[in-house]
Design a protein around this ligand. Structure first.
Ligand code: SF4
Ligand code: SF4
Length: 97
């Protein structure tokens, strides 16, 4: 007896009935809400971590630099405002701008 197999997903290239080139589907998150330029982040500083009301930022114990450790954000901005080197970028989504 053979085991059941999952159905084959439809081809991503197929589908545009008008013959135009299909837009590729996005199946991953390219960005977190807040990105930290590791080359600009000062080791040992944690100002952005302190001012975030959501505790969304943390210091990586291996690099001693800040990064976003949860995928949640209020887009309020003090993390970027307080960063002395401009390392923090808040990627405000189009629908919130
Ligand atoms: S924008 Fe606000 S909620 Fe988001 S990481 Fe910065 S301080 Fe935290
Ligand atoms: S405020 Fe800027 S320099 Fe300080 S930890 Fe955050 S990203 Fe790094």
């Amino acid at each position: 007896m053979t085991s059941p197999t999952a159905p084959t997903p439809p081809s991503r290239k197929a589908g545009c009935s008008d013959g135009s080139t299909p837009i590729p589907l996005v199946d991953y998150r390219a960005q977190v809400p807040v990105s930290v330029d590791q080359s600009l982040c000062i080791e040992g500083c944690n100002l952005c971590v302190q001012v975030c009301p959501l505790d969304a930022l943390a210091i990586d114990p291996e690099t001693n630099k800040a990064y976003m450790h949860v995928d949640e954000c209020w887009y309020c901005g003090p993390c970027a405002d307080r960063c002395p080197t401009g390392a923090v970028t808040v990627n405000i989504p189009y629908l919130v701008r």
